[in-house]
Design a binder for this molecule. Sequence first.
Ligand code: AMP
Length: 219
Amino acid sequence: MNIILLGPPGAGKGTQAKALAQRLKSLHISTGDLLRHNVSQHTSLGEAAKSYMEKGALVPDELVTDMLKERLALTDTKNGFILDGYPRTISQAKALNEILRKLKLSIDGVMYLDTSKPVIVQRLTGRRVCKSCGVNFHIKNMPPKNDGICDFCGAHLYQRNDDKEETIEKRLQVYQQEVSSLIDFYAQQKKLLRVTADDEAEVVLDRMISLLKHDSLKV
Ligand code: AMP
């Protein structure tokens, strides 16, 4: 099954996409993770994307779309994928349809993680990420056993530059400008499933699974 997760920064898309991918035995594809990997490896894409990401702005469509096109063309997508962070604009949604059409793939459902602003700000400002393995923690909701150290690999945790309060505001503005048209786009195609996502991660995941079942998609 091929699913898109939509939602504001801090909606828990990354966490839910990983969990859902495990349950459905499919692949998690996050454009944010792919871009951050490029930045850390100093690739030409990473160098081009870095300044946009630090400001909380969107990376230009053609850069992200080319990156995603290459990723979707790999054969491991055949067992299904959960797309996290793409599309963010209508032109990306149209580009995605075109890419999938050429690959003879399609989207089965689009889940919108509906989240309130205070919850978003609390989740993002408290998020800490492992420098080495990329696992996310939260200083209150999911603290590491030892302050600032990853439970899994022992590397240091850091706060993403774009998780600082001043950048979050900008990311939310950017998001709001685009999301309503994306929601309409997928609602018109009868693919949109809305999920209330202010609750704890396990509760939201169960809600997503039962929605997918109820919607008689083949979970
Ligand atoms: P995320 O991890 O999804 O919050 O993405 C982090 C940052 O990567 C965003 O603030 C953007 O700068 C960039 N980014 C990720 N996905 C996209 C996309 N589909 N289009 C443009 N920029 C993106």
